[in-house]
Design a protein. Structure first.
Length: 142
């Protein structure tokens, strides 16, 4: 039997609270580039997973979820064609990281007390002309 040791002795994972952050994107032919999702993750949060759901196929558009300077930190660029089907995502490196969103409670390249502003990066083709894309991201915190 393998023993699991915790690098999160501050309670940010084991016994932590799960916080959901939601972005609702009205699809309107947004071109390739960055879409600000309006999610600001406060210091001390640890990524758990995310969920994409759309009432419209995104076709050949690829979408990555991350932050400025690390645009695929949470989700690598990929097409999303499922409709009305909540789909989990999470880059293994982000989900298994021992870093928090701030060095206030752990080590992070962001620096102490720094928020993470979540963005989507659209590539290959513009988003559809109509529809709704919902992005939920879950982070644990003490």
């Amino acid at each position: 039997m393998t023993t699991l040791t915790s690098n999160y002795k501050d309670g940010s994972v084991f016994g932590a609270r799960l916080h959901r952050f939601r972005a609702v994107v009205t699809l309107a032919s947004q071109g390739t580039g960055t879409v600000d999702l309006g999610m600001r993750i406060p210091p001390g949060h640890v990524f758990a997973y995310g969920v994409l759901n759309s009432d419209t196929s995104l076709g050949t558009s690829t979408v990555a979820i991350g932050i400025s300077g690390s645009t695929a930190k949470y989700k690598a660029a990929a097409t999303f064609t499922a409709t009305n089907t909540p789909t989990l995502f999470g880059a293994t490196a982000a989900a298994s990281s021992t870093s928090h969103t701030s060095s206030e409670v752990g080590s992070s390249p962001l620096g102490e007390g720094t928020n993470e502003d979540i963005i989507a990066t659209v590539a290959v083709a513009a988003l559809p002309a109509s529809g709704t894309l919902v992005v939920d991201m879950y982070f644990s915190c003490t």
